[in-house]
Design a protein around this ligand. Structure first.
Ligand code: PMP
Length: 437
């Protein structure tokens, strides 16, 4: 089989022309602009289960899932019904509601890592607030982050490694003051010497170490369990807080996220995406003692007009109620692992330089022959050309992956054996085309 003809993008292209007159790059979040893959962005019209349809009527099996939130698939009836019911009573009060208690109880009763929480409206906000809390709690200013982890677009985290093993960060976005970046130390993942050196060099200055529970924004960079335990120990030893940014991994690799996956207790956790079931919700949480520093109890200010919004809480309640059922994760993870294992077997049998890295229902297609990818430096940027070809071939076969080779894919509860079989066949064909053309 050869390449398939490109799908029709007449309506999407028309909408894109218009959107470019309204929004920078025609989009409200950069990766949506399809800059790293072929063609113009697809404008999505509707979703149902594991399917989405674009403005031209093309149908796709979706492995992006709105970048993670849709663990139950698109337009889940339980979420829709709950949201519709709650909406009948109005959409925002800026006052406490019983729904916030209900979602909080679902989380706190089933999570060993948080005693008190605060809802925000995005992952970025959750992380920004967690950082402020860590600084307020410790009375220290510096933050240590890892090259290859993304934590949203808060100023102090839009920072990349400078030259040298342990460096102040350099801003990775215009508009971030150099002085802010100087409060952020950036080191490679999976490197015990680097973090030891950082703690020696910046003794008693580091408020917190922040890491993605399982780094999943720059490929899937799975860390050894030992390394995560090491981070816990070195933070404790230096009276610094360990922050797990679980915006992707929270409620994804299990109800209690990566913290339970590794058996490591972070001091502060952040959630986003799944917690809102597709509506804008973020959350940060910690022990009651640490959270007592948040205003109005404590001196660390943080607020939000739409925080705890009742409609968004309803979506969260409906979602987490499903996830809390006994075999939810076992079923989802087993299904995903069968799917990726057969893709790996296919590629290995043909000697393709291709690896699927995976945890739970997260997977990442890497054009590499490395068995492990544990730091950003392990990723070969030139391999992204192969992803571009694969992405196009998959779209043309009705399979939708996020439009960048650095993005992970997600399997949802709505993907059945039928769609996974269909997706597998398309992936096999795409791989043959990538490696044989
Ligand atoms: N942290 C992590 C680990 C993320 O993956 C993301 C979003 N991809 C964010 C923070 C930011 O979340 P949001 O886009 O909701 O602001």
């Amino acid at each position: 089989t050869g390449s398939k003809p490109d799908i029709s993008r007449v309506k999407s292209a028309e909408l894109y022309e218009k959107s470019k007159t309204y929004f920078p790059g025609g989009v409200n979040s950069p990766v949506r602009a399809f800059k790293s893959v072929y063609g113009t962005p697809l404008f999505i019209e509707k979703g149902d289960g594991c399917y989405i349809w674009d403005a031209d009527g093309n149908q796709f099996i979706d492995f992006c899932g709105s970048w993670g939130p849709l663990i139950l698939g698109h337009n889940n009836s339980k979420i829709r019904e709950k949201v519709t019911e709650v909406m009948q009573n109005g959409m925002s009060f800026g006052a406490p509601t019983a729904l916030e208690n209900e979602l909080a109880e679902l989380i706190i009763k089933n999570n060993r890592f948080v005693e008190k929480i605060r809802f925000t409206s995005s992952g970025t906000e959750a992380v920004m607030s967690a950082i402020r809390l860590a600084r307020g709690f410790t009375g220290r200013d510096k933050i240590l982050k890892f090259e290859g982890c993304y934590h949203g677009h808060t100023d102090s985290l839009l920072v990349k490694a400078g030259s040298g093993l342990v460096t102040f960060g350099e801003t990775s976005s215009a508009g971030v003051p150099k002085s802010f970046a100087e409060e952020t130390i950036v080191i490679p993942l999976n490197d015990t010497a680097a973090i030891e050196q950082a703690f020696a060099q910046f003794k008693d200055q580091i408020a917190a170490v922040i890491i993605e529970g399982i780094p999943a924004n720059n490929g899937l960079i799975i860390q050894d369990e030992d390394y995560i335990h090491f981070l816990r120990k070195i933070c404790t030893k230096n009276n610094s807080l360990l922050i797990f940014d679980e915006v992707i991994t929270g409620f994804r690799v299990g109800f209690e996220g990566a913290a339970a996956y590794y058996g490591v207790k972070p001091d502060i956790v952040t959630y986003g995406k799944i917690i809102g079931g597709g509506l804008p919700v973020g959350m940060y949480g910690a022990s009651a003692e640490i959270m007592s520093h948040i205003s109005p109890d404590g001196a660390v200010y943080q607020a939000g007009t739409l925080s705890g919004n009742p409609v968004a809480m309803a979506a969260g309640i409906a979602t987490l109620t499903e996830l809390n059922k006994s075999s939810f994760y076992k079923d989802l993870n087993n299904k995903t692992q069968d799917f990726v294992a057969s893709i790996q077997r296919f590629a290995t049998a043909r000697n393709y330089k291709f690896k699927v890295f995976t945890v739970g229902s997260i997977f990442w297609f890497a054009f590499t022959d490395k068995d492990k990818i544990q730091s950003a430096d392990d990723i070969d940027a030139s391999s992204m050309e192969k992803f571009k070809i694969m992405h196009r071939e998959l779209l043309n076969r009705g399979i939708y992956l996020g439009p960048s080779g650095y993005e992970v894919g997600f399997v949802s509860a709505a993907h059945t054996k039928i769609e996974l079989e269909k997706a597998k066949r398309a992936i096999f064909e795409a791989l043959d085309l990538v490696f044989r053309s």
